[in-house]
Ligand binder design. Structure first.
Ligand SMILES: N[C@@H](CCC(=O)N[C@@H](CS)C(=O)NCC(=O)O)C(=O)O
Length: 212
């Protein structure tokens, strides 16, 4: 199977995770930012992730892809959903994006490898989030919102079973995105969780390209 992605995209990370957790091989294909033709040809709209299944047909929607791949062979998402973790992700999402997005536009990702692609991405995010330099300037205020949430997440993760479930598919990609943010606290239980799922999923965290 082949998975079309942006490396930075949290929805694509969900789909990459399930292949890694199941130890199923998948070919990754990068769609460049600004490339409307490829996704439109495959699924009729500009979106990633897109999975090319074994029969050659294509499907979009990260959670549909997760469910489809989970249905192949022995299940790995056996833990019950964790309402507290899901609620944490919903509360953290908006302030997290304010930290993540301006840094992603400067990040080292294959879909941004040309000046044209990086500019297409910058324009796409500027349209959604406004002036990205101004957003970057708000870092101290956004860190002051997120750091207490990270402490709260530590209490939710501390001592939690290592069995994986859909809540992990929702949570871990957001933590991966946050790992690009310099100055953000990853309390020990959160870091241990992030590193464990990095190892199990085979999807790298972004600590090595942190931007302050
Ligand atoms: N509901 C979709 C959302 C996917 C999504 O929003 N992907 C973004 C990339 S992070 C996208 O394709 N944006 C359109 C674009 O590149 O213009 C899913 O879960 O797969």
């Amino acid at each position: 199977m082949k998975l079309y992605i942006y490396e930075h995209c949290p929805f694509c990370t969900r789909a990459r995770m399930i292949f890694g957790l199941k130890k199923l091989p998948v070919e990754l294909a990068i769609i460049m930012e600004g490339d409307t033709d490829t996704p439109t040809r495959l699924v009729g709209r500009k979106v990633v992730p897109i999975l090319q299944k074994q029969d050659g047909s294509h499907m979009a929607e990260s959670l549909d892809i997760v469910q489809y791949v989970e249905g192949i062979g022995a299940p790995v998402l056996t833990a019950k959903s964790d309402a507290a973790l899901d609620a944490w992700g919903q509360a953290a999402w908006k302030p997290a994006l304010g930290l993540i997005i301006p840094r992603f536009t400067q990040g080292d990702f294959a879909e941004l490898a040309t000046p044209e692609a990086r500019e297409a991405y910058r324009l796409r995010e500027e349209k959604a989030f406004g002036d990205l330099d101004a957003l970057l300037q708000r870092t101290p205020e956004l860190l002051a919102q997120i750091n207490p949430l990270m402490a709260q997440l530590a209490t939710l993760l501390d001592g939690r079973s290592e069995e994986t479930g859909l809540s992990d598919i929702l949570l871990w990609p957001l933590l991966r995105c946050l790992s690009i943010v310099g100055g953000l606290d990853f309390p020990a239980p959160v870091l241990a969780y992030a590193r464990r799922l990095e190892q199990q999923s085979g999807v790298p965290l972004l600590f090595d390209q942190q931007i302050h």
